[in-house]
Structure formats: structure tokens, C-alpha cells
Ligand binder design. Structure first.
Ligand SMILES: *[C@@H]1O[C@H](CO)[C@@H](O)[C@H](O)[C@H]1NC(C)=O
Length: 293
């Protein structure tokens, strides 16, 4: 499929896994919004990937995400928008967190409906500019196997080895994985990545991966981790693991202040939610007093 679009204005391969008929909503036909781990291996110990989240759209595994804090997840905007770039109804999305296998859920798994979706205001479905979103959920208890990942301050230098993980395809046109997989990928310099993708590589995008090692369909929205902090969000590519076509990620350092703002909004709204509750209690109390007479 990658050859079809190479000369087109977009070379994108977004990384949403689409389950057969449910070709989402979510995906410009010019962007292949599917991505799964290529050339990687199965994660044996959940503690090492405690931040990994599986998103389900209408009940089907669709994307990855990562944990920012007890109430917020980070994912790609194209995971939570339709073909016109409009934000999906939050109630169609649910997060599964805590297990390594998405087909065999144990008591360790917690699920959270998505309560609110914050898509970056500069997100563009055609160019995949600012392909980043924060999802608010009801509070989670963090611990060894369900934990947040710190946000990176800088993008590491070229050739630094990072890790991308997900339940995506194990080969382009291959099958998805029920087990969480990861692969180590080098950061590719901006200059080298521009030489591949030209002006489709925009500010706020970073590249990682090499021949035979990449994210692929279904890994979208998942984290790129370097030295224990998140540097990227799986966004797009051309094919998966192709020589000279590295994976493209939304840069976490570039969007860090935006991400922090969304987290702060969640905290503010939680305070608002509670004041609303106090008002109800007060109202009921006043009613009770009134009815005494
Ligand atoms: C998983 O990794 C953690 C942290 O490295 C370690 O403490 C724990 O023993 C490991 N669990 C298993 C089952 O190997």
C-alpha cells in the first residue's frame, strides 16, 4: 500500500488498528491509520510497561495510549477523531489497563470509560499536524503494574535507542498480536527523516525506527519511551518497518506544555465536579428542612 501514496501530498500511515468492517471513522484514506509492532518481542513483565493502555473503540481494540496521571491518558488525535477530523463521542471509547494480553483479561485489568477527549486545537486530519490528544478518565489507583510515565523534556540525539510498544500488527498486512509487544528503535535525525518524507514532516514530528523494526497498524497512540520517559506518541509512517521509512511520532517535548495544560484542566474540572456535588447536597438538605414543616 505504501507505494500508492508516495507521490501524493501525504505519506502517512496512521496507526489505528481497524477491525475488519469498522474502518473507522478516524481515518483519512490517504493515511494508513494502522500500526503494530514489527520485529519486536513479547513483554514478559507488566511492571516494565505499567504505563501501557489499550483503547477500544466500540468494543474493538483500536489504539494504544499511556498513563499521564491518575485521571489522564495520552494518545494520538487520529485515534479519537473521525474521517472528517471531528472528535468522537467519548462514550464510544474505553481504556483497558493492567494486562499484557488483550484477549485474556485477568482480575488485574481495570477498565475506564473515556469521560472527556481533549484533541490538540491544531490537529489536522490531512497533514497529521499535532496528532496528540489527552483523555480524561475516572481516577485510577496507581501501583506497580498500572503507573504513569514521566514526560521527556528533550528529544534524545540521533541513534539513541528507544522503545515502542503495542498490540499492533506484527507485519505490514500481517496479523495483530494479543500479547503486548515492544521493539527497540533508534531516533532518526530530523535531516535524515526530511530526506525521506520531505515537507510532510512537520514541526512537532520526530522519527524513529529502521529496517525491520517499527510500529505498525494498531500501535497508534502508544508511547515511544527513551530512558524511562515518554518522547513520542505513535502517529504515522509509510508501510511498517520498511527500509528508509521510519515511524513518525508526535513529539512529547514539543507538546509538553499543551499536555500539562490538559492535565490541569482535568484537575480544575474535578474541583468543579465536587462543588456541583456540594450544591446538590445543600439543595437536598434545604429541601429536607423545608419538608419538616
Ligand atoms: C517484574 O519486574 C519487577 C521490576 O523489575 C520485579 O520486581 C518483579 O520481580 C518482576 N516480576 C516477575 C514475575 O519477574
Amino acid at each position: 500500500m505504501f507505494d500508492v501514496e508516495i507521490s501524493a501530498f501525504i505519506l502517512a500511515l496512521c496507526l489505528v488498528w481497524t477491525n475488519g468492517s469498522i474502518l473507522p471513522e478516524g481515518n483519512n484514506p490517504n493515511h494508513n491509520t494502522n500500526t503494530r509492532i514489527i520485529g519486536g518481542q513479547v513483554v514478559e513483565n507488566r511492571t516494565h510497561f505499567a504505563f501501557q493502555v489499550s483503547l477500544r473503540l466500540d468494543g474493538h481494540p483500536s489504539c494504544g495510549a499511556s498513563i499521564l496521571d491518575t485521571r489522564n491518558l495520552l494518545t494520538a488525535a487520529h485515534c479519537v477523531t473521525n474521517t472528517r477530523g471531528n472528535v468522537l463521542r467519548a462514550s464510544r471509547l474505553r481504556a483497558f489497563i493492567g494486562d499484557l494480553n488483550i484477549d485474556r483479561l485477568s482480575a488485574a485489568t481495570i477498565t475506564r470509560w473515556i469521560r472527556h477527549i481533549f484533541v490538540h486545537e491544531n490537529y489536522n486530519i490531512d497533514t497529521l499536524q499535532s496528532d496528540i490528544a489527552v483523555l480524561r478518565v475516572d481516577p485510577m489507583t496507581l501501583g506497580r503494574n498500572i503507573n504513569y510515565i514521566p514526560l521527556a523534556v528533550n528529544v534524545p540525539p540521533p541513534n539513541a535507542i528507544c522503545t515502542v510498544s503495542g498490540w499492533g500488527l506484527m507485519g505490514y498486512g500481517g496479523i495483530p498480536s494479543n500479547a503486548l509487544r515492544f521493539v527497540n528503535v533508534p531516533i532518526i535525525s530530523h535531516a535524515q527523516c526530511v530526506s525521506t518524507y520531505g515537507n510532510t514532516l512537520l514541526t512537532g514530528m520526530i522519527c524513529a525506527g529502521y529496517y525491520g523494526r517499527d510500529a505498525c497498524m494498531g500501535d497508534s497512540g502508544g508511547p515511544l519511551i527513551c530512558s524511562g520517559s515518554q518522547v513520542g506518541v505513535v502517529s504515522w509512517g509509510v508501510g511498517c518497518g520498511l527500509e528508509n521509512f521510519p515511524g513518525v511520532y508526535a513529539s512529547v517535548p514539543h507538546y509538553k506544555s499543551w499536555i500539562l495544560e490538559q492535565q490541569a484542566r482535568a484537575i480544575a474540572s474535578s474541583i468543579r465536579d465536587h462543588s456541583y456535588l456540594y450544591l446538590i447536597v445543600l439543595f437536598v438538605y434545604i429541601k429536607a428542612l423545608t419538608y419538616k414543616h
